[in-house]
Design a protein around this ligand. Structure first.
Ligand code: F0G
Length: 353
């Protein structure tokens, strides 16, 4: 018996990373593709959830980070920097710790979920909060990497996409081909670009007979790819995708156009409702931003789009435990029921009879 080796060792021949790069890995990837009875029923199709919260630090970022940190280490870097809405920084800090590199993180002040902040700090990152948004942090991270001896590991570093495209490989390997449609949340647009790269590579190699239609979903208050204009003041409670000027804008548009796909926005209320429904129906707890793809699917079904007979994959990008504060908002009475040590009292409170 052997365990999953992590995305570099599982797919090394298909990744563009320098030959002989030693893998810095926490055995990321190999995440579950969970069949959704709920969404399959609603679509009268076949819907699979790619559960990226299964990764070591709880989000899809680990796929790209194993690649970026391995290459940074290979190149002799001693420190690494990233801008982040939380998950990239959590992932970078963990892999930097494993590699013995010094992690430096720039995050927008007050807009990071507590779980993600805890991860960065516990893994030993220097966390700097910036009075600005993610886009400001990214500009600063680029400036630091330009002027100082720190390697940039945001997805503007192409090695990140090399690692992240392995999610598309895993989906094709499991389903036996690419699905008809792929839906996912979009923020800085690295992930949709990486999936498109991965699907394209599998098709070119004859490992898949087709490529999916790509559908990206953004929060209404941070939807530059939908409107075609940057958002100077992006705002959404799905803080992971609170981004106004995505770095991979061009690549993401190419993924949309070449696949015959689309970008759409969903409201915060739709995102939070989808998060709860997914947890209740399918037993999959994701963070708010991660539910944008599911919210988008529900919106399309309500609008009359038909997916009957089709195969869909929806990526849910990060774990629900990252941000329990947002998840519990609006559940006052459910978490406030307190009784004495008394079976009858508990039964009464629960409405049992
Ligand atoms: N979902 C989650 C949970 C994320 O953390 C992110 C991005 C996305 C979706 C969007 O992916 O940027 O590739 O389009 N988080 C980045 C971060 C920005 O800093 O953690 P994308």
């Amino acid at each position: 018996t052997h365990q999953w080796r992590g995305v570099i060792e599982e797919y090394r021949d298909l990744l563009e990373i320098p030959e002989g790069t030693a893998a810095v890995t926490l055995r990321e990837g190999g995440t579950a593709l969970v069949h959704s009875e709920w969404l399959s029923g609603l679509t009268r199709g076949e819907v699979w959830l790619k559960v990226e919260g299964d990764n070591p630090t709880g989000s899809f970022k680990d796929r790209g980070m194993t690649a970026a940190i391995s290459v940074a280490k290979h190149d002799g870097a001693e420190a690494v920097v990233c801008a982040s809405t939380g998950n990239t920084s959590a992932s970078m800090a963990a892999y930097a710790a494993k590699a013995g590199l010094k992690p430096l993180v720039l995050v927008p002040e007050g807009k990071i979920a507590a779980g993600k902040m805890a991860q960065a700090i516990l893994h030993g990152a220097q966390v700097i909060m910036v009075r600005g948004n993610f886009d400001d942090c990214l500009a600063m991270a680029k400036g630091l990497a330009w002027d100082y001896p720190v390697a940039l590991v945001n997805s503007v570093n192409p090695v990140r996409l090399e690692g992240q495209k392995t999610a598309a490989f895993e989906i094709c390997d499991f389903l036996g081909d690419a699905p008809d449609y792929h839906l996912l949340p979009v923020g800085n647009a690295g992930n949709i670009s990486a999936y498109w790269l991965g699907y394209g590579q599998y098709a070119d190699l004859g490992l898949a007979t087709r490529k999916p239609v790509m559908r990206g979903f953004q929060a209404e208050g941070a939807a530059p790819l939908v409107t075609g204009e940057p958002f100077p003041d992006p705002e959404t409670r799905a803080t992971a995708i609170r981004i106004g000027n995505p770095a991979s804008w061009k690549l993401a548009e190419a993924a949309r156009d070449e696949s015959g796909g689309s970008f759409e926005s969903v409201t915060d209320d739709q995102i939070l409702a989808a998060q709860r429904e997914l947890a209740c129906h399918d037993g999959v707890f994701v963070e708010p931003a991660s539910a944008a793809g599911v919210a988008g699917l529900l919106q399309q079904l309500a609008g009359g789009t038909s997916y009957a007979g089709k195969q869909l994959v929806v990526t849910v990008t990060g774990h629900g435990l990252k941000d329990t504060a947002t998840a519990l908002e609006g559940f006052g009475p459910l978490v406030d029921t307190v009784v004495d040590v008394d079976v009858t009292a508990a039964a009464e409170a629960a409405g049992l009879r």
